[in-house]
Write a protein that binds this ligand. Structure first.
Ligand SMILES: [Zn+2]
Length: 74
């Protein structure tokens, strides 16, 4: 009788074996945890400013080289 039902060791939820071996509650929980993480990656302050700084650094370097070329090339 108990073999037909599975109990989650994380949230104590009990479900029938035919609904799947993974706990439906914890499965949903991990699904909703993925979304904020994904949005945090998209709008996070970690990567974008760094990339933008590199972009400006590259433009600054090119401008400097071009200025030196103008000064010493003329
Ligand atoms: Zn669970």
């Amino acid at each position: 009788m108990t073999g037909e039902f599975l109990t989650c060791k994380d949230c104590d939820f009990e479900w029938h074996r035919k609904d799947g071996l993974a706990c439906p509650i914890c499965k949903n929980k991990s699904d909703t945890e993925i979304t904020p993480e994904y949005e945090g990656g998209m709008f996070g302050t970690g990567k974008k400013p760094k990339r933008l700084a590199l972009y400006y650094q590259a433009i600054g370097l090119i401008a400097l080289v071009y200025l030196l070329y103008l000064v010493f090339g003329a």
